[in-house]
Design a protein. Structure first.
Length: 277
């Protein structure tokens, strides 16, 4: 019950600081831009009379771009909202006031993680669901494996959330944010290197990408989600970049990502319990 109470207070604090409302406003702005852009592009498809296969391919491309942007926005929101959750309260000594109450340290960490996780999952569901619904209503286009794909996108956000919560127990807010975004960048570039290596059959490049995925497995989750959403489109040899998957992640890498996230949460609890306040 204490953990749930802290989660509720975390959500209230985010609302009070207007972070949640700004995130929702920007999310709605993104949805407006995407829906208008998609509508007029698809209207051009209808007027030019392209074939059904070509229309599906271009619709897939637009949808993949929208999902990728949604995924990136969720990552940014995950880091920005939680990067000061622990570190700022330690720096301002607010955490000492909380811990004078009958609250265990692990309850505080898990409560904060749970509060941010609830908001993040709702945010991803809103953005992703709205995009998929609009594309279906406008173009009659559906994706495969809807729930597993959305689950992997949510897991990527939770992975970055766990990283910032863990980092906040030892680092300043600024250093924590830099760490989170730099590790995400390493995973992103490593994923591209692995993809190019798979395309040109360069084992060294593929190995570099695998090592980057082991350092930070966030890109693995996006690739797998894209493959689940659009199997034929994502594996097209005519595409490159974040909208295609040249080397599909194995199920073992997904298990590794789950264990990685669990290890970060465990480290956050352990580190904060031993932190001298």
């Amino acid at each position: 019950m204490t953990t749930l109470t802290i989660a509720h207070l975390t959500i209230q604090e985010t609302q009070r600081r207007r972070i949640l409302w700004v995130a929702l406003a920007l999310g709605l702005l993104f949805l407006g831009v995407f829906t208008l852009g998609f509508h007029y592009v698809y209207l051009d498809f209808e007027q030019t009379g392209i074939s059904a296969n070509e229309a599906d391919l271009l619709t897939s491309l637009l949808l993949a771009a929208g999902l990728y942007a949604t995924n990136f926005i969720a990552i940014v929101i995950s880091v920005i909202t939680s990067v000061t959750a622990v570190s700022a309260e330690i720096e301002t000594h607010t955490i000492e006031t909380l811990l004078t109450k009958p609250i265990r340290r692990w309850e505080l960490i898990l409560g904060k993680w749970l509060g941010f996780a609830i908001m993040l999952l709702a945010y991803i569901l809103l953005l992703t669901g709205s995009i998929l619904l609009f594309v279906y209503l406008r173009a009659g286009y559906t994706v495969s494996n809807l729930l597993p794909g959305m689950g992997l996108m949510a897991m990527q956000g939770l992975l970055l959330l766990s990283l910032t919560i863990a980092g906040g127990t030892r680092l300043s807010s600024l250093a924590n944010g830099v760490l989170a975004f730099m590790l995400y960048g390493v995973a992103l570039v490593g994923g591209w290197v692995e993809q190019i290596g798979a395309l040109v059959r360069n084992e060294t490049a593929v190995d570099i990408g695998i090592i980057a995925s082991l350092i930070m497995p966030s890109e693995v989750l996006w690739k797998k989600a894209l493959v689940l959403f659009q199997p034929a489109f994502a594996s097209s040899p005519m595409l490159a970049g974040p909208l295609s998957v040249g080397s599909q992640p194995s199920n073992a890498m997904l298990v590794y990502a789950v264990l990685y996230m669990a290890a970060l949460v465990g480290f956050a609890v352990w580190s904060f319990a031993r932190r001298d306040l």
